[in-house]
Design a protein around this ligand. Sequence first.
Ligand code: PLP
Length: 391
Amino acid sequence: MKINKNYYNLAESYLFSTIAKKVKAYSEANPDVNITKLGIGDVTLPLAPSVIDALHKAVEDQASASTFYGYGPEQGYDFLRQPIQEYYKKRGVDLDINEIFISDGAKSDIANIMDIMDNDNVVIMPDPVYPAYLDVNVMLGRKVLFTIGNKENGFKPLPDKSVKADIIYICSPNNPTGAVYNKEELKAWVDYALENKAIILFDAAYEKYISSDDLPRTIYEVEGARDCAIEICSLSKTAGFTGTRCGYTIVPKNLYGGDMNKMWVRRQTTKFNGTSYIVQRGAAAVFTEQGQKEIKEQVAYYMNNAHTIHDELTKAGIWHVGGVNSPYIWLEVPAGMTSWEYFDALLNEGHVVGTPGVGFGAHGEGFFRLTGFGNKEKTEEAIKRLVKVRR
Ligand code: PLP
């Protein structure tokens, strides 16, 4: 037996455990101080009423032999795939139902999709980056290149034609930076992919947070994307499914001769027995008129927090991106400080917790991530304290 030695090449991830340790130590030493967490990456509102209703009904279905559901189709039930198809149609994107695959969340498919791509492929992703993209590829022993996000490009790196890559990761709206690509910028990546016969893995987990109508919420709004892009999406952040688990992945039929769609069907039917019937019923409720109304209110709640953070930072003249069409805000730490030094200062003096940018890659150093996923009143209070610490 030979173990997968690539695992030894993974960087140890101390980011969230170090944050938790520091917060715990501070709380124990200062029990009277109320700390506000603006670094939270999980949703905090409960599932929408229509989702809860549908989940309850689905549980009842399982209680009686006449309505019981056993193994379902690995690709997902049509009662969920059809509303997703309709959802895309509203953005002017026509998908065949067999291009839509229901999953138990985006993270699984970010890794699983690699089954249909050779390990010899060269991968390119941004730095800073959502850590799973990198770790999945390190586990496979792949060569990984980075496109650098920085202040100059607004953390929206564009392709460098002199660099050759086969698999391209794009997340827009971005976690951790909150940056959102416009159509022209995404077109540059699509053109690059088509030229290099590369594939784009487009992570649309935060698409619902885009309120500007001119920004693309799916890569398929960009001409040519159907020929070079797989889109991975999730209900985690759009409908509060982080603990309930449901997402979907779009693998176009015409992608590279049609083989990838067929291979993905083969992969899923072999290795996946489908997302739970109950969860898919809950997910289908998200796409009803009432469900959409309810989750819109939830997203608006988080975005109200993000706008508050964005407005206060703007007033204080603190450089940042995000917070307008994204729940994430990525701010520059004060000159001469590392992102961990800023974390400590903010915790000790402002009693606010965020996420040091360096935890998302070397080029995240000097930056800091805040999110709108917290409580409204606490966010309003905490951002004022954060601004004061800067002075
Ligand atoms: N992709 C991005 C960019 C994320 O930020 C997250 C979660 O934070 C995920 C994927 C994971 O989503 P899921 O809960 O559907 O696995």
